[in-house]
Design a protein around this ligand. Structure first.
Ligand code: SAM
Length: 230
């Protein structure tokens, strides 16, 4: 798969404002998961595919003493994250692809990722790199809306014009296990705000009708939890 093509798409999202809309779309689910992660002071968290860095900042803001580092392969996303940065929190954003993480072995206590890992041009390599940079016993929380059981997401790769890893929940479990992770569990997180307001719904290429929007909302976000063995 071509990483350059993926990066080009997200450079545009960073510049045309689409990246800044993602916090509104995903904020509720991410807040539920960040709260459940129960991060501890002193922990260093890696946010894989941080985009404009809103979740990286949420992690650092809502957990005193936690350091959050977001990485992304789109230079424009990292530039936008730097623009939005708050100097009162312990967060930073680095340009770096999943497949070649520019960090030492066993550097991070936790790993978080929202709607990003399925864009990898080499998923086994990306997961193996994630495993490498985590300390023994470190926990992983990865969130995805693009997975087979969320049937309306099936067309996303075609709509974006880029290749993407479309797996079912069991395929994701196997991919994490093959990378060396243990205790892999999967559940769904549903946005507590509901699917939105039907009277305000406007069909688009992603959700051509209200029923599709509701189906996708009900499928929820796939939450993959895993650990690096101690
Ligand atoms: C849909 S955006 C999500 C961004 C952010 N997590 C959020 O929720 O707003 C996916 C992000 O993954 C990044 N990405 C895709 N493939 C990547 C790769 N191979 N290495 C690093 N980042 C990548 C993109 O540049 C993009 O910023």
């Amino acid at each position: 798969m071509s990483r350059e093509k993926v990066t080009a798409v997200f450079d545009v999202w960073a510049q045309d404002g689409k990246a800044d809309e993602l916090e509104e779309h995903h904020g509720n689910v991410v807040e539920q998961v960040i709260e459940a992660m129960q991060l501890q002071p002193g922990e260093k968290v890696l946010d894989l595919g941080c985009g404009n860095g809103w979740a990286t900042r949420t992690i650092a803001k809502s957990n005193a003493g936690v350091q959050a580092i977001g990485i992304d392969a789109s230079p424009q996303m990292i530039a936008r994250a730097d623009e939005l940065h708050s100097y009162t929190i312990r967060a930073r954003y680095d340009f770096c692809p999943f497949e070649e993480l520019d960090f030492k072995d066993e550097e991070f206590d936790r790993l978080f990722s929202m709607e990003a890992i399925y864009y990898s041009s080499d998923l086994p390599q990306a997961l193996s790199e994630a495993h490498r940079v985590l300390k023994p016993g470190a926990r992983v929380d990865v969130l995805l809306d693009y997975y087979k059981e969320n049937e309306p997401s099936e067309r996303w790769s075609e709509l974006l014009g880029i290749p993407m890893n479309f797996l079912d929940a069991d395929g994701w479990r196997q991919a994490f296990e093959q990378a060396g992770f243990v205790n892999v569990t999967l559940e769904r997180v549903v946005d507590t705000r509901g699917p939105g307001d039907e009277s305000a719904f406007e069909p688009d290429e992603w959700y051509p009708d209200w029923a599709t929007k509701v189906r996708s909302h009900e499928a929820g976000t796939l939450w993959i939890r895993a650990e690096k063995a101690s």
